[in-house]
Design a protein around this ligand. Structure first.
Ligand code: HPA
Length: 281
């Protein structure tokens, strides 16, 4: 394992650097952080923006290299509630470690008293009942990346060496989301998210296995490292997948399709979050 693939004194110092940089530039009022995934950056248009920081300016982080990922950190308000929004994220398939991919999240959580992290992503549907454009609350995840952002030295001030993972996605937050979903007329599915490394989409044989053996409802290439980090640091997570394509039908999957279909959910994703965010703290 390379030095960069584990938490080390050097990595901890980088987080401290980045946290200091953020603390000097942003306010500490937001209790909610939203990570807007593939194509869901449209949500950011509904945010009253107060400050922005480009990922490429954050010490030690680096810009996202993927089309559809903006790479901007926003401080602002949604429905008069202060929020941070990470518009875009870094993925393991870019060739970076899970520690590197979660550097900005770690630094934000180290610098600010954020209580709730809303993590969104695009995912392929494995559950035959799902349709393209569905939103799925993540009830649990399967780490099919076979790596973990907590590997290496444990910084005790961040969290415990062996964090519990029996409720990574807060049941209480899911209940609130379901209630608000009903109120505003946004249908919410619920299911297990399986996070793989990518960047290849799944083979037919993998789809069969993931569904049959693992019982996963959706599969994507993100979220798992971020949830593990947020949980390590004692924060509650609400995970939302948008079903961008169906793996249950014999069709070809393309990134273009995934991005295009994001257009189908931007409106309801925004509607849900706008109504939900004031209820979360
Ligand atoms: N597989 C993995 N990740 C994805 C998919 C998929 O089908 N769709 C969007 N992200």
């Amino acid at each position: 394992m390379r030095q960069a693939d584990r938490v080390s004194d050097e990595y901890i110092a980088r987080i401290e650097d980045a946290a200091k940089f953020l603390a000097e530039r942003l306010d500490s009022t937001p209790k909610i952080l939203v990570i807007a995934g593939s194509g869901l950056g449209g949500f950011v248009r509904s945010v009253t923006v107060e400050k922005t920081i480009s990922y490429s300016d954050v010490p030690h982080f680096g810009a996202s290299t993927v089309a559809g990922h903006a790479g901007v950190l926003v401080q602002g308000a949604v429905n008069n509630t202060p929020v941070f929004v990470m518009n875009g994220r870094r993925h393991l398939y870019e060739g970076i470690s899970p520690q590197q991919s979660t550097l900005l999240l770690r630094a934000l959580l180290a610098a600010f008293p954020v209580q709730v992290v809303i993590i969104s992503n695009a995912a392929g549907g494995l559950n035959p009942k799902f349709q393209v454009g569905d939103l799925m609350l993540i009830s649990d995840h399967i780490n099919w990346m076979f790596t973990n952002p907590l590997i290496g030295k444990n910084a005790q001030e961040w969290g415990p060496r062996f964090p519990d993972a029996s409720e990574l996605y807060s049941q209480e937050l899911r209940q609130k989301a379901k209630r608000v979903g009903l109120e505003v007329g946004v249908l919410l599915r619920e299911g297990v998210y399986l996070g793989g490394l990518g960047p290849s989409y799944e083979t037919r044989a993998e789809v069969h296995m993931l569904r049959a053996i693992h019982g996963a409802d959706a599969v994507g290439m993100s979220t798992v490292p971020e949830t593990l980090v947020a949980n390590h640091m004692g924060r509650r997570v609400l995970g939302i997948s948008f079903i961008s394509n169906l793996l249950t039908v014999p069709a070809v999957t393309t990134h273009e399709e995934v991005m295009e279909n994001a257009g189908l959910v931007e409106e309801k994703f925004t509607k849900l979050l706008t109504a939900l965010i004031p209820h979360l703290t």
